[in-house]
Write a protein that binds this ligand. Sequence first.
Ligand code: DGL
Length: 273
Amino acid sequence: MNSGSQQPIGIFDSGIGGLTVANAVSKLLPQEQIIYFGDTAHVPYGDKSKELIRSYATTITDFLLNKKKCKAVVIACNTASAAAYEVLRDTYKGIVPVINVIDPMIEAVIADDEIKKVGVIATKTTIASGVYREKFSRRKPSLQYTELATPLLASMIEEKFYNNDISHAVIENYLSDEVLKGIDALVLACTHYPLIKKEISNLYKQQVKIFDSAEVVAQKLKWILEKEGLAAEKKAEKDIFYVSDFTESFARTTNIFYGKEIHLELCNIWKNT
Ligand code: DGL
């Protein structure tokens, strides 16, 4: 065991969608303290430039590591992972593990030899980054790949439109796009999409394998903590959930992503920068 093992795990997202990942982590690793940071002052990241997202992600990571003394950081946001993972990984190499939500999903898909054609749906910035295309083609060139930006989905879910006729129509409209024809697996490359996983699976009549980041990322984190001797023995303190801007609506929405309502603490890390 490492001397830092009782330190918390930092998890951040553009907003509260990353709570799907935090929830999977807290279920798999209940002995770990989580410090979550939702950048609600800047949400959504999905249509912002790579440079801007990188600067937000760098400031948040600095806060989690230097102010909150986290032992590992999870970028629980596909858009931020696409824009900022390499920079953060290289900056903190040999100091703390930085985990993104993209690589664990790529690993899960390429390990399944039944999958011949995979599709990815995500925000505009994630798709425009080309990160999934590049990683799949480098790691498994034989795999056919296709992708589609689905920008309406995240805001639709945040407004609690899921499992109803409207969400059904929007999802069906996206999934019937010509580019997704013939896929046998679909990657839900956005932290909000686990909430519509069932609807998507039903639309495909369970004939397409659906991958989302929450559980695979929690598993990857567990593996890294154990490998690095950083796994906590018992929970040191209770979890903390920070947001950079607070509204009642964010507070009310936490339960759809975390399974229960949680207390959000306002923490504007940009105030003095
Ligand atoms: N968290 C973002 C993601 O996983 C979705 C919401 C946003 O656009 O900020 O891509």
